[in-house]
Every structure is written in C-alpha cells, then in structure tokens.
Write a protein that binds this ligand. Sequence first.
Ligand SMILES: *Cc1c(COP(=O)(O)O)cnc(C)c1O
Length: 379
Amino acid sequence: MTIGDGTHAVRAGLPEPETYRPTLPGPVFAAHYHLHGDADLATGPYTYGRDANPTWSLLERAISELESPEAPAETVVFASGMGAISAVLLSQLRQGDTVVLPSDGYNLLVPLRERLEGYGIEVRTAPTAGDAQLTVLDGARLLWIESPSNPGLDVCDIRRLAEAAHAQGALVAVDNTLATPLGQRPLDLGADFAVASGTKALTGHGDVLLGYATTRIPALAASVRAWRKTVGAIPGPMEAWLAHRSLATLQLRVDRQASNALALAEALSERPEISGLRHPGLPGDPAHPVAAAQMRGGRFGCVVSFTLPDRAYAQRFLDALRLVDDATSFGGVRSTAERRARWGGDAVPEGFIRFSVGAEDPEDLIADVHRALDAAREA
Ligand SMILES: *Cc1c(COP(=O)(O)O)cnc(C)c1O
C-alpha cells in the first residue's frame, strides 16, 4: 500500500499496536540495562546508554522511513546536526584522503575544514551553484553537498554530482537540513548519506537540538554508529522523544511554512529597497529549475533571504517587526529573522537578512513585514 506523505509522517516509526501500551512510548531514561552474564553473549540491543536507547531506536526507524520509504535504510541520531556531520566526515576520512566541501555551506564547515586539514586530509571547496563541485572532484574520497545551501539558498543537481562522484569511487553525503525528508530525498537521488540538523524544520519548535545520518549501506551505518559510541555525541532520551512527537506534524508544518515563504518572497519582490531576493520556490529564482526537478511536493523550504541597503537599515527592520523574533536558527513554527553578518563566517553583505517563515497566517506576516520595511525606510 502506498501512502501519502502526511499519513507517513503521523505514523513514522510507531511500534506495532499492543493492547494497554501507548501509541508512542515515552522517553526511556536509562544509563544501563539489566544484563545477565557475559556481555559478549548479550542478545538484546540495550546494554549501556551511550550505545543504544529504545527511544532513539523508534526515532531512528521513523527518520529512516521518511528518508527512504522505498528501500531499507538505517539512521543514527546525534546530539546535534554538527554531531552528525562530524561523525560522517571523521568516520569516513583518513589521512591522505581528499574531501570536497561546498564553499558556501553551513558556517561551521569552516572550522571543521581546518580540523580535517590538521589531520592530513586535503580539503577542496567550490560553490553549490552551477554544480561547480564537479570541477574539483578528481581523486576525492567523499563529496559533501548542501542543497539548498544555508544561507545563500543555492541549489545543485544532486543526481548529476552523485553519478560523477560514484564514477570515481567517492562517497556522497547531502546535508538535507533545509529541505527535510518531505522536501527532498537525497538517497533516492543517489547519495550514500542523507545528513541533517534535526534542530531546524524537522522538529520545528525551536526547543530541541538533534542531528541524524541515514544510509542504505549497512557497513556505513555501522561505522557511523561506532563513531557515535566513541565520541559520545548522543541525544538525550527527552530530546529524541520530543523529536519523534514533532514528526507527526512535519507535513503540516513544512507545507504551511513553504507556502508562507513563497507568499512572503512574492510580496518582497515588489519592494524597491530589497536586493538579492532568494527563495528556491520563486519561479524567477536562479535555483528554481533544478529545485523544481529534484525537490518534492512544491516544498522549497521556509527560508527567504534578501539584502537591505546597510547594516543599520537591516537592524531597524528587525527591530520594527512584531510577529517575527530576532533570532538565529530556522525552521520553527514561529517566524524568526536575523542579520546574518552579525556572526561573521558567511560571505554575505552587512544588510543580508535570513528570514525563516513560520506557520502564522500569511496575511498577518506579510502585513507585519511591509509595516517594518516602511518603518525602517522612514527612520
Ligand atoms: C543548523 C545547521 C547545521 C548544524 O546543526 P546543529 O543542530 O545546530 O548542530 C548543519 N547544517 C545546516 C544546513 C544547518 O542549517
């Protein structure tokens, strides 16, 4: 039976129905489990809390079902997106290997790059747009893709890049944070790993840090799981349970936030003070043709980015918003926006705004943004 994305999301990872048991069992708080006799004779999966936990197991099953509904896959959950990203890179790369990263990816890829180089790994970078990573693939052991990229919202052709990387024996990992598995399925597009921060749209309430890596290749899953055990980057049972609970509304949130983001982007395109407006769902956006071909269900994510004339102008705009919090991160049901250059690290202008569109009524949000833009201009 094939089922729709919404049905899938509300049932993802639930255990078989059992009389007098909850539909989604609560978090299991356990550092150790009863274990009789020699540990190497243990038949059950749960022995020590750093290795496995029943609450993670259900969440891992749920994410596997969403990232890979058609083929068996394994997911390993982490304490944060960076925990998952580091685990994939550091478990797969060895001294002397070459890795290709995006030059415009998540800003923590920069310190990660320095660390990899310190371990004797050659790091090459190229932009996401125009499939430019193709030009630096030669001899690489791993290709890291981020599409759509954060915060620039560029898109690359994942299938094309994955085929080129596989042709020379490289592994392919895709950061799927912005799209979520309902918006894009990297494994179906040929990637070996779908990796994401669950802190953003996946959980969507701004109250959980989480990460995951999903793969269809059991040996890769085993090596990432072994890495998690070694470095101990494990999510708490409460976070894992909250994340699983949030998945039930994933389709509702992602659809609402994507349509709100498109409506906001269209409204912003009428404003003369705005430059560099980007949203992959906008028909005129340079990323739109590839995004429309490889992303799913018209879900182009909840992020809109644009640039205001200068730093002070951007701050006046943020200060004048009433329904939008000045905060980092993205993907939450409450809209947030920030002047991205305040962090350093991203190659963006001082007036660059990363706007994460929430689940508010679109007319309220758009009216608030117009009013704040007017206030910023008149000041
Ligand atoms: C936020 C983010 C991360 C890091 O995730 P954390 O959960 O904050 O560690 C990685 N990649 C992208 C694209 C992100 O937006």
